[in-house]
Ligand binder design. Structure first.
Ligand code: BYC
Length: 483
């Protein structure tokens, strides 16, 4: 492995392992973009806490044995760097029409527009999530959680840098324009919203934050895996390194929800409550009842499914044929990697019923990735349900049917229950409050969101984590709040 690639150059303003100091033009473009980024971070990044010392992990190498170090940093001083996984020697394009040809080190002209679009969409989600989460610091349930929020935020910031590097290095003037536009759009803005639906929704409270990092960051994982297969090698290497950081984001979501469920079960047991659906009694304990957790889950899972695009998509087929976007674990799949005659069962709406129909596998790639995603989602849910059953309660959290609450794809024009039974508009309007959080639910959760800033202390509605970050003890001061 090339040592230059592993070690990060800190001598330029922008830490990197892409030899920026010898790439004057790109360095200049990035340095030109930097002030706008800092302005964006100040305007749209975490509200408050910018002068606080936060115990953050910073990527300093791409060596899998030790790629990050932990230290107290003020967020605006975080070293957002450009890090690509090491180049694999003789890497070949692993799928599509160019299967087996050497991976591209430059953008192939015929696929330029397609590639740029994918990089821009990926880039757009990163700052969007920071914008969605910017107010959460004020209501963090502990310093541990506050630190995790900020860790996720600075790394999403770094992922934006990663995409901007690709745009500025490989896409010339229009790449630079796209890079500027990434700082111009705003989550939820009427005139200039972020590109994908879920990134314009609100993240109103910490339960939503955990659901978002569990479900929406997991879409990120699947999409990054697909792009990590790309025949365009710089994109592949960038995404491979981003995935290293992404794992922590999903850990925050998974363990966050586990801790909420744990606390609810503990409180119900202590109070001798036998029916978890007795919402009023459970809420009186200052914890979030399981049916409300299920509603939040329904909402975030369905919003995240929309991020996979339409089940049948020629965009997806074209990107695969071109060798630009592959399948999850492409290189581990045993087939021709070209999908010449293959089919894939796609869930479709036929005469008012959801049925699996075989479609050409090429156009069904979004569906396939979404199925892989669903399988991945189920794993964490098993852990949450284990907490509930171990506490002795007969209640199961479940993923809603894919037809439920959709805005993209086959089911966007119909209404369905979480069990997948199609219903009319009137029934939906009457009953939706049973399935997705109502205003009342939102207000109840909001009433619990009072900040806890004493080291080692946690809000009433969430259990302490099993282990600290970087093995720190339970009362570690993860954020030194500036007063
Ligand atoms: N919202 O053929 P179709 C992450 C548009 S998350 C709005 O169905 P395609 C992260 C589509 O653009 C991962 N519009 O879909 C997580 C197209 O419009 P045009 C982000 C949508 O193209 C947490 C039209 O509908 N990365 O990293 O096969 C925190 C027909 O498109 C939506 C990526 O998504 C939607 N949900 O697939 C931080 C990877 N869905 O062009 C970060 C890159 C579809 O006809 N993106 N449309 O005007 C892609 O691979 C694909 O573009 C999509 C859509 C999967 C998004």
């Amino acid at each position: 492995m090339n040592m230059n690639i592993m070690n990060v150059d800190y001598s330029t303003k922008i830490p990197n392992n892409v030899n920026l100091s010898e790439d004057r033009q790109v360095l200049k473009a990035l340095e030109g973009w930097h002030p706008g980024y800092i302005d964006w971070w100040n305007d749209m990044g975490p509200e408050g806490f910018q002068q606080s010392l936060v115990y953050l992990r910073t990527a300093y190498s791409v060596d899998p044995r030790g790629w990050a170090k932990f230290d107290y940093v003020k967020m605006p001083d975080y070293r957002w760097g450009i890090l690509l996984a090491p180049q694999e020697e003789n890497r070949k394009i692993p799928f599509g029409e160019h299967y087996g040809e050497p991976a591209w080190q430059e953008v192939p002209g015929e696929y330029r527009a397609m590639l740029r679009r994918l990089v821009v969409i990926q880039g757009d989600t990163e700052p969007a999530s920071v914008e969605q989460q910017r107010h959460l610091g004020k209501t963090a349930p502990s310093l541990y959680d506050l630190r995790n929020l900020f860790q996720v935020n600075v790394e999403e910031g770094r992922h934006l840098w990663a995409m901007v590097y690709l745009l500025q290095k490989y896409f010339g003037r229009d790449g630079r324009e796209e890079a500027d536009d990434l700082l111009r759009r705003r989550s939820g803005d009427e005139d200039s919203p972020r590109m994908l639906g879920a990134f314009n929704e609100k993240t109103p409270d910490w339960l939503s934050f955990f659901m978002f990092t569990y479900f929406t960051d997991r879409d990120g994982k699947m999409q990054l895996h697909s792009l990590a297969q790309s025949g365009f090698d710089p994109l592949s290497r960038t995404c491979r390194f981003m995935l290293t950081e992404e794992a922590h984001h999903m850990f925050v979501g998974e363990t966050g929800i586990t801790r909420v469920v744990q606390r609810t079960c503990d409180a119900m047991k202590e109070a001798g409550i036998s029916d978890p659906s007795d919402i009023a009694k459970v809420r009186a304990l200052g914890v979030i009842d399981l049916p409300t957790i299920q509603k939040k889950l329904n909402l975030h899972y369905s919003l995240s499914l929309d991020l996979f695009g339409s089940e049948v998509s020629t965009n997806a087929a074209n990107a695969f044929n071109a060798g630009i976007k592959g399948r999850y674990h492409e290189t581990q799949i045993e087939d021709d990697h070209q999908l010449k005659n293959a089919t894939y069962p796609v869930l479709k709406l036929i005469n008012g019923e959801a049925k699996r129909v075989d479609e050409p596998a090429l156009t069904a790639l979004n569906m396939r990735l979404r199925d892989d995603y669903t399988q991945d989602c189920v794993k964490g849910m098993l852990r949450w349900n284990k907490v509930i059953s171990t506490a002795g309660y007969d209640y199961k959290l479940t993923l809603p049917n894919v037809a439920f609450h959709r805005a993209i794809g086959e089911f966007k024009d119909v209404h369905a229950t979480p069990d997948g039974i199609l219903i009319d508009d009137a029934t939906w309007n009457k009953r939706k409050g049973e399935w997705i959080p109502s205003t009342d639910d939102g207000e109840f959760i909001a009433s619990l969101m009072t900040p806890v800033t004493e080291p080692g202390q946690f809000a009433s509605w969430i259990a302490a984590p099993k282990v600290g970050i970087d093995n720190k003890p339970g009362d570690f001061e993860y954020v030194k709040i500036e007063t």
